[in-house]
Design a protein around this ligand. Sequence first.
Ligand code: PA5
Length: 469
Amino acid sequence: MGYSEIRFYYKNVTAGVIGDENGISSEQFGNLAERTSPLISKLNDERKKGKIPYRDLPFNTKISQKVKELITQIGSGCENLVVLGIGGSALGNIALQTALSSYMYNTNGSQRAGPRLFVFDNVDPPQFVSFLEWLGDGFEKTIFNVISKSGRTSETAAQFMIIHQLLLDRFGPESLREHIVATTDAKQGTLRKIADELNLRCLEVPDGVGGRFSVLSAVGLFSAAMCGIDIDSLLAGARDMDKRVSCEDFYKNPAAINAAINYYFYNEGKRISVMMPYSYALKDLADWYRQLWAESLSKKEDLAGHEVFIGPTPVKALGTTDQHSQVQLYREGPNDKLFTFLQVENFDKDIKIGPAPDCAPELEFLVDKNLSTLLNSEKTATEYALVESKRPCLTVIFPRVDAYTVGQFIYLFEVTTSIAGALFNVDPYGQPAVELGKEATFALMGRPDYGDLVRQIQPISEIDDNFLV
Ligand code: PA5
């Protein structure tokens, strides 16, 4: 295994480390291997038959080619790129930017390899208006990438309609093609219809790829490449991970082991899964994972149609920040959590700690140490403290954070999700429970065909003064 590969460490979930009551014994691992191995083969077969389209994204050179061609057409005049999208149409974009562009990217021109990037994944009026006020005349050098697979998501549609009108008012209809890139389904949906009607520049969300599995398509690649992220390395990382997660030997397959461990602990009552990166750059990957895990695995019915109400609860945390907010709970609260740390071996920037003031010799132990040494020691210290409290811990080790390792990580967790879906016997690719909320919004916002739903919502939407204090 090369130095640039991420590794998955699972010793600290074993009975040998955290005891028989909480850990997984060799025999239990054997049972998990027996149960999981046929599912790996099944998924490999389905994938060969084209039934798991997200798995082919890293191999689809046409997508990255199209993204690059569009970026060449756009040229160098774009100073601000604004992504309008939500859920799977935004979280991957944010995660890639936080992971692979510098912390001060938007603020410091010299740390920036492309336009400033803003991702609006909400319809918060003060936030959006404040941005528009800041943008002012900057509109001229701004591109809006509106992303919606279905094209019917109210939040994204509303953002788009505001921007559309502002562009029309300022520059007229001819400007729309220059300022908007629509990423949507190739054939259907409201955004597709609008894009065709307005002759917008378009990128596609590939058929059969749901939002939360779409970051390695044009959905995530366009904003990343615009900001100078090496999308070829990102895809190469995912492709190389594909070999490892297709391996039918359970003990050599990090996605299978990860899924099986999560499945085991869920059934043992540890139903909360905390992802805790010890790296600011990786913090939004935990947010991306939170959606992937929650929407994919939480289902009312299993594949046989039985009511199961299954679903591990993903939680994001950040080391060391959340040591000072959550670790009390994690150690002395209920033992109902599985922890996954993300650890970086080599940071691309580091700094030494300065001398201790004369009056504080007790700080000498920190002097001359790298800040990265402190951060990684804190990770080990937290893991030690959790293991002392018999809490199971996993670690994904990044040799460094770059496009190649991030591509591996994304693909590792996507395939982990597919295997976990198979273990839980649920369909990880739908999100039926999200739809009702979307439809209720249509009803509350006055869509004519939703009158019945308005009436059903009334007991909830009307405030009952008897219960108002
Ligand atoms: O993962 C998903 O499918 C969802 O989170 C969607 O991405 C989200 O609801 C936005 O949908 P759309 O891209 O259709 O606007």
